[in-house]
Design a protein around this ligand. Structure first.
Ligand SMILES: *Cc1c(COP(=O)(O)O)cnc(C)c1O
Length: 380
């Protein structure tokens, strides 16, 4: 039997003072500032997972020959911890991220971190740095677990040594000036992923390969790139690093079917349920770019939005492409888009009961502000 993975705790002797942390968190950006700590766990062939450690956030030391730098064996996850009304902290669906992380690892011939160890690492970091979880509705603590090949060598084969790391960054509202619809560019020149490729895995290489298309979208004056399928260049897959949803005038909502080349988003999956809870038929189906355009013109598609952990839900207001440009609805955020966004945020921030069992509460996280002592409590 393999021994359990223990995460030893060696916290920082000099965490930021309350004042310094509060100043940093006054206007959190996205992925700019990091909390005081990180968690690392090593994997070595023959030994498995070992040396679990919670330690001060610090640079890593890596051989210039580390296999990740040459052949890109690296995967990641993104999830959030939210402050709850009672001051406690809960993480949204970490078990789902743990499962997807294992699937990404398998696709890149990397070792699969047991799901309970993934969740334990998240718990250890968020519990230690609970004071970094913001408490305004649109804010959260963004968690970034990742795994990469550390073994030095230039031979092309799966590495025999890896490092799993979790870091955390306070994240403010994605829309500090209110929700704004995005403009998108449909890429003809590039595809994100092809059948048999790595599109369903959350790996760094997918992102490196997407940046040029994103730059092209920006050149066309658009905020984001929309990807079509690689074979027919006909079916809508995703937008940048987010999944897409189409809202029809009859209240039905449709998200592109998991094709094997698009990323199975956890927000996407959650919204299928939340939409059903609100009484909307929510289905996975193919959507062609031709129908997107035609049904917008006919008024049958009323709203389009993108979804993912970072922004939750982002309305799509206008589309540009080599086939023409069009507007979605009246170009403004649609009512169902905004209702779904509020409904999901209500669950994440603990404003409504969590019927789906999605919120993973931390047992020992300290509240951000000292709670009022109960009457008659012994304060000594
Ligand atoms: C992470 C990601 C998503 C969204 O997934 P969530 O689990 O909802 O955050 C969508 N598309 C791509 C390409 C991604 O990497």
């Amino acid at each position: 039997m393999t021994p359990p993975v223990v995460i030893e705790s060696k916290p920082s002797a000099q965490p930021l003072s309350d004042g310094e942390r509060t100043a940093l968190m006054a206007a959190p950006g996205f992925g700019r500032d990091f909390t005081d700590h990180m968690v690392t766990i090593r994997w070595t062939e023959g030994r498995g997972w070992h040396d679990g450690l919670l330690s001060p956030f610090a640079p890593l030391t890596l051989s210039p020959a580390a296999l990740v730098l040459h052949y890109a064996q690296t995967i990641f996850e993104g999830l959030k911890a939210y402050r709850q009304p009672d001051g406690s902290v809960a993480v949204f669906r970490p078990e789902s991220n743990a499962r997807r992380f294992r699937e990404s690892a398998r696709r890149l011939a990397m070792p699969e971190l047991p799901e309970d160890v993934f969740v334990a690492a998240i718990e250890a970091l968020v519990t230690q740095d609970a004071a970094w979880v913001p408490d305004s509705r649109e804010s959260s603590l963004y968690l970034r677990p990742f795994l990469f090949a550390t073994e030095p060598g230039l031979g092309i084969r799966p590495a025999r040594e890896y490092l799993f790391t979790v870091i955390a960054s306070p994240s403010g509202s994605y829309f500090p000036d209110g929700v704004r619809p995005l403009s998108v560019w449909i890429s003809d020149d590039y595809v994100r992923a092809a059948p048999g490729g790595t599109g369903a895995a959350k790996c760094g290489g997918n992102y490196a390969a997407s940046l040029l298309a994103q730059a092209q979208a920006a050149e066309r004056g658009c905020d984001q790139v929309v990807w079509l399928d690689a074979v027919e260049r006909r079916w809508v897959e995703e937008m940048g690093g987010m999944n897409l949803y189409f809202v029809y005038e009859d209240g039905r909502i449709v998200t592109p079917l998991l094709s094997g080349s698009l990323l199975p988003g956890i927000t996407r999956h959650s919204l299928l349920r939340v939409a059903a809870d609100l009484g909307h038929e929510a289905v996975e189906s193919r959507v062609s770019v031709h129908d997107w355009r035609r049904e917008c013109a006919e008024g049958r598609i009323a709203e389009v939005f993108a979804c993912g952990t970072a922004a939750v839900i982002t309305p799509v207001g206008s589309v540009r492409s080599t086939r023409g440009d069009w507007t979605v609805g009246d170009g403004r955020p649609g009512p169902l888009t905004m209702r779904l966004r509020e409904a999901l945020l209500d669950i994440q921030t603990g404003r409504v009961p969590d019927h789906h069992g999605w919120m993973h509460r931390l047992a020992h996280a300290v509240p951000s502000a000292p709670a009022c002592p109960p009457q008659g409590a012994d304060l000594a």
